[in-house]
Design a protein around this ligand. Structure first.
Ligand SMILES: O=C(O)CCC(=O)C(=O)O
Ligand SMILES: [Fe+2]
Length: 350
């Protein structure tokens, strides 16, 4: 075990973000982003719009072409036509808000243990000089069902578990269909990506809360990162923006569209697509006025599965870019601790 894991999280986070947010405190130095190695500061959303894909039209060649193009440039899109109504999505947002509104002692019943990823709390601290995220999250494994840690599933609001399970299943069905469509968009067999995920693929839900922050110029809700998943679906706050994606070296706002779900690829799909599809760098900015929430559903292949570039995407002009890997989640976590970029470590040298 790396020594850095022994850092006491309490010592690093003396006051809760919620308290600091209510009192408009100046954020302590651990939260201040030092320098910015990625992207420009100006808002490029007008010049670079986030693509919108209608899932119900993906049987048509033209929508498939839009999907292929979105994933090979931005690596993400806003999905509409997915069959979940605005009122249904509002209900899902509501259970998250109700949980967050509970008294601290009540939420602490589901606290994440140090060095674990599931449960309620701040981001996991892996080193003393880590810049902390201005957020709280509740992380829960939803599938495979036998691997759920039910002691961490909130009993309040009473319909929390049932609603999260139903939403996760619906999102999983949509993502399975998207994975098949992605394969078709590259003239591959439908199961080329989906089969690599396996029947027991992991589905993790993360409910994110971003309290107001007095210094959005210095503090981020989530630091720049790519997802370790294969594919991620995000239900954004209905009103409050904050998610930004790095496209062409510019941070682009992902606008809130009440009935859209943001879909982005994770590193494991960049590997399987031999680099044709992108796992985009993204971050969350803070704001002085309103709490923001979001619910992310991450789907990743069974950890034991060997995943790698699909044969049909390797040829003389596009040689194999990545080696086969399993347990990418662990590779990613080790790299995070060591300040390395996980995708780079599985790349085949020229
Ligand atoms: O809250 C968001 O919009 C994005 C959160 C995110 O990127 C993550 O949880 O990996
Ligand atoms: Fe993310």
């Amino acid at each position: 075990m790396a020594r850095s894991l022994l850092v006491s999280e309490e010592k690093l986070v003396p006051r809760s973000i919620q308290e600091m947010s209510m009192d408009d405190d100046e954020p302590p130095s651990q939260y201040l982003v030092k320098g910015n190695s990625f992207g420009s500061k100006e808002d490029s959303s007008i010049l670079i719009p986030i693509p919108i894909i209608d899932v119900s039209l993906l049987s048509s060649q033209s929508e498939l072409e839009k999907l292929r193009s979105a994933l090979s440039s931005a690596g993400c899109f806003q999905a509409i036509g997915h069959g979940m109504s605005t009122s249904y999505l509002d209900k899902v947002r509501e259970i998250a808000k109700q949980f967050f509104a509970l008294p601290v002692e009540e939420k602490q019943k589901y606290a994440r243990a140090p060095n674990e990823s599931e449960g309620y709390g701040n981001d996991r601290v892996v080193s003393e000089n880590q810049v902390l995220d201005w957020s709280y999250r509740l992380t829960l494994r939803v599938f495979p069902k036998e691997k759920r840690r039910l002691a961490l599933w909130p009993e309040n609001p009473s319909d929390f578990s049932e609603t999260l399970e139903e939403f996760s299943s619906k999102v999983k069905s949509m993502m399975d269909y998207l994975l098949k469509s992605m394969a078709r968009s590259l003239n591959l067999k439908e199961g080329s990506f989906l089969d690599q995920f396996g029947k027991q693929s992991l589905l993790q839900a993360r409910v994110n809360f971003y309290p107001r922050c007095s210094r959005p110029d210095l503090v981020l809700g989530v630091k720049p990162h790519t997802d370790r998943s294969g594919i991620t679906t995000l239900l954004q706050d209905k009103e409050v923006e904050g998610l930004q994606v790095l496209i062409d070296d510019k941070w682009v706002n992902v606008p809130t569209i009440p009935d859209a779900l943001v879909v982005n690829l994770g590193d494991q799909m960049q590997i399987m697509s031999n680099g044709i599809f992108k796992s985009p760098m993204h971050r969350v900015v803070t704001n002085t006025k309103k709490l923001r929430m979001s619910i992310a559903i991450f789907n990743e292949p069974e950890p034991e599965n060997d995943i790698g570039p699909v044969e049909g995407l390797i040829n003389e002009t596009r040689p194999r870019l990545y080696r086969n890997v399993n347990n990418y989640g662990d590779i990613n976590y080790r790299c995070y601790q060591e300040g390395k970029i996980a995708l780079e470590t599985v790349k085949i040298a020229d």
